[in-house]
Design a binder for this molecule. Structure first.
Ligand code: ZN
Length: 141
């Protein structure tokens, strides 16, 4: 094994160049541990980074991502309602059986409160999301 010492060339990972490149040892922590190195490409001085250690930590992180992801619980109706109402651009309209509602229209229902048209089921039926329930309402009569 080659003796490590100040002034010798060593392979280190460079954060600036984002590559494993030849570096010059600037300082030594101990006889066998490199302290700081200078990149021969960008001339930057930084702590020595073992290229094999950099690779290993990256692989580990990648594997952990999948195992940490939990199954997301299904959104409750009020969550969907809140999201839809917040993103809606149309003005709220009083509910009437005679009014023709379009997709994403906000309906002000006397019994169920504000709702948003989620689906046009039929020429005279719409699916409306209210805060606590999804209802099919008759319209366009
Ligand atoms: Zn560099």
């Amino acid at each position: 094994m080659t003796q490590l010492s100040v002034g010798k060339e060593v392979l280190s990972y460079c954060n600036k160049c984002k590559l494993t490149l030849a570096h010059i040892i600037v300082t030594m922590k101990s006889e066998t541990t490199i302290g700081k190195v200078q990149c021969k490409t960008c001339q930057g001085t930084h702590a020595y980074k073992d290229p094999s250690a950099v690779k290993a930590s990256k692989t580990k992180r990648g594997k952990n991502v999948g195992s940490k992801t939990k199954k997301t619980t299904q959104n409750s109706i009020s969550d969907i309602w809140l999201e839809k109402v917040a993103s809606a651009t149309s003005k709220s309209q009083k509910y009437s059986i005679k009014t023709k509602f379009e997709l994403n229209d906000i309906i002000d229902h006397p019994k169920f409160g504000p709702g948003i048209v989620d689906k046009l089921i039929d020429a005279d039926k719409v699916q409306v999301i209210f805060r606590h329930d999804i209802k099919t309402l008759i319209h366009n009569k």
